[in-house]
Design a binder for this molecule. Structure first.
Ligand SMILES: Cc1cc2nc3c(=O)[nH]c(=O)nc-3n(C[C@H](O)[C@H](O)[C@H](O)COP(=O)(O)OP(=O)(O)OC[C@H]3O[C@@H](n4cnc5c(N)ncnc54)[C@H](O)[C@@H]3O)c2cc1C
Length: 388
C-alpha cells in the first residue's frame, strides 16, 4: 500500500516552501513581532498572509495538499494555523445553510476574515456537556449570555463560532446549538489573559447579545453532535509534525556544534542515542499521520487512527522539548519569544525553553490525551467503555 510518501501530495511541498520562504524572511518577521499574540506576529502581517495564502488556493485545498501545507506552515512558524478555514472549515462546509455557505465560505477561503472558536467555559473543558452559556429564543432570533474562556485569538476575530444551550429542560447534549457570532455586536467584551509562555488567551463575555435567526449554524438543539464533529476535524496532526521537525532539526544542529571546550554534544553516546531515538519516533509519527490521511482521502480513516496520531504527536513534542533542554544544559533554559533576537547564552536560539513551556497544552487541549486514550481503547481495541 502506498500511503503517499514522496507521492503527489509532496509535489505541492516545493511551491508551499517557496511561498513561505518569501513571506517569512527573518527581517520581515522580526520587524512584525508581537509577543502577546500566539502567532508571535502583529495582526496586519497575519491578515496579509492569510489573504496571500487564500489567493494561492492553500485555504480550502483538498485534504492531501492541506496536510502538507499544515505541516510546512508549522515548520516555518508561519501564522497560518489558526485561520478561519482551519478552525471553522468543517463546520461551515458540513452544517451551514446555503445562504451562510455562500456568504462565508468565499471569505474564509480567500483568507479575508478572522474567526475564533469559543466552546470552553470555566466549568466546561474536557466535559463540554457542562456548558452554561444560554441562547434564549426572542421571537426573531436569540439573546446570548455566558462566559467563554481559553479562546485563541478572540481579540482579533471578526466572527466567533460558539455553542450555547437553547433548551434548559434537557441535558446540554440534547439542547444546545451552534452560532456564528459577529464580534462587533453590542454586549461582547473580550479580555486577554497572559499564558505561561507570555502570549495571551482570551475570555469572551456575552451579555445579552442580540443574535438574528441567521446566526444559528446547522440544526437547532443539535449543536452538541455538530461540535463533536467539528472538534474532531479542527486540528490535524500535520501541525504537530511540522513543529516536531523544526525543533528536532534545531536540536540536531545543536548537538553537532563544537562548544568552547572543543567538544560536540553528539560525541556523547547517550546524546546520540537519545536524538536518534527521537528521530525514529518522528518518522513513526509521520507514517501514522500519512496512514490517517490515506484513510481520510478514502472517506474513512477509522475511529482510532486520528486519536492515536494526536496522542503520539503531542507527547513526542514534549519528549523532544524535554530532551533539548536537558542536552543543552543551562543554555537550554534561556528563553526567547518567537521571532525575538535571542540572548547569546541561549541554546537553540531560545527555542528549547520556549518549546518546553509551549508543548504542555497540546496533551490537554483539542481533546485531552486521557480522553483520546479512552477512545482508542474502546473504538480501536474493543475494550469496554470507561465507568464514570
Ligand atoms: C493554548 C490553548 C488554546 C485553547 N484554545 C481554545 C479555543 O480556541 N477555543 C476553545 O473553546 N477552547 C480552547 N482551549 C481550551 C481547551 O479546549 C481546554 O483546555 C480543554 O478542553 C481542557 O479543558 P480544561 O482546561 O478545563 O481542563 P480539564 O478538562 O479540567 O482537564 C484537566 C485535566 O484532567 C484530565 N481529564 C479531563 N477529563 C478526563 C477524563 N475523562 N479522564 C481522564 N482524565 C481527564 C485532562 O487530561 C487534564 O489533564 C484552549 C486551551 C489552551 C491551553
Amino acid at each position: 500500500v502506498d500511503f503517499g510518501f514522496g507521492g503527489e501530495n509532496e509535489r505541492d511541498a516545493s511551491s508551499i516552501r517557496a511561498f513561505l520562504e518569501e513571506a517569512m524572511t527573518p527581517e520581515e518577521t522580526r520587524s512584525q513581532r508581537d509577543p502577546l499574540d500566539l502567532s508571535g506576529v502583529a495582526e496586519p502581517f497575519e491578515r496579509a498572509l492569510h489573504r496571500a495564502a487564500g489567493e494561492s488556493g492553500w485555504l480550502g485545498a483538498p485534504a492531501g495538499t492541506q496536510s502538507v501545507f499544515n505541516r510546512l506552515v508549522a515548520e516555518y512558524d508561519a501564522p497560518l494555523i489558526d485561520t478561519a478555514w482551519t478552525l471553522a472549515g468543517h463546520a461551515l462546509t458540513t452544517y451551514a445553510s446555503t445562504d451562510q455557505r455562500e456568504r462565508f465560505l468565499p471569505l474564509v477561503q480567500r483568507g479575508e476574515i478572522e474567526l475564533c472558536i469559543a466552546y470552553t467555559e470555566a466549568g466546561a473543558g474536557s466535559d463540554l456537556s457542562a456548558i452554561e452559556a444560554a441562547a434564549v429564543p426572542t421571537g426573531d432570533g436569540f439573546s446570548l449570555t455566558g462566559r467563554k474562556v481559553l479562546v485563541t485569538g478572540a481579540h482579533k476575530a471578526d466572527w466567533c463560532l460558539t455553542i450555547a444551550r437553547t433548551r434548559d429542560d434537557v441535558p446540554a447534549r440534547h439542547g444546545s446549538s451552534m452560532f456564528l457570532v459577529d464580534m462587533t455586536l453590542p454586549g461582547i467584551a473580550v479580555t486577554r489573559r497572559i499564558t505561561m509562555n507570555d502570549w495571551t488567551l482570551d475570555e469572551i463575555e456575552f451579555a445579552g447579545v442580540a443574535l438574528g435567526a441567521d446566526a444559528l449554524l446547522g440544526e437547532r438543539d443539535a449543536g452538541w453532535r455538530q461540535m463533536v464533529g467539528a472538534v474532531a476535524a479542527e486540528r490535524t496532526g500535520a501541525f504537530h509534525l511540522g513543529f516536531a521537525r523544526h525543533v528536532l532539526d534545531a536540536l540536531i544542529a545543536h548537538v553537532r556544534t563544537v562548544d568552547g571546550r572543543g567538544r560536540r554534544p553528539a560525541d556523547d553516546p547517550l546524546v546520540r542515542d537519545r536524538v536518534t531515538q527521537l528521530s525514529l519516533e518522528l518518522d513513526a509519527a509521520r507514517r501514522l499521520g500519512a496512514r490517517t490521511l490515506w484513510g481520510i482521502e478514502r472517506g474513512e480513516p477509522g475511529p482510532a487512527l486520528p486519536p492515536m496520531g494526536k496522542v503520539y504527536a503531542t507527547e513526542l513534542l514534549q519528549r523532544i522539548a524535554q530532551a533539548a533542554t536537558e542536552i543543552a544544559g543551562p543554555a537550554g533554559l534561556v528563553h526567547a519569544a518567537l521571532f525575538d533576537s535571542p540572548s547569546p547564552y541561549a541554546a537553540g536560539g531560545g527555542r528549547f525553553a520556549w518549546e518546553y513551556l509551549e508543548r504542555v497544552h497540546g496533551t490537554i487541549g483539542g481533546g485531552a490525551n486521557e480522553v483520546q486514550r479512552d477512545a482508542i481503547a474502546q473504538l480501536g481495541l474493543g475494550l469496554p467503555r470507561t465507568r464514570r
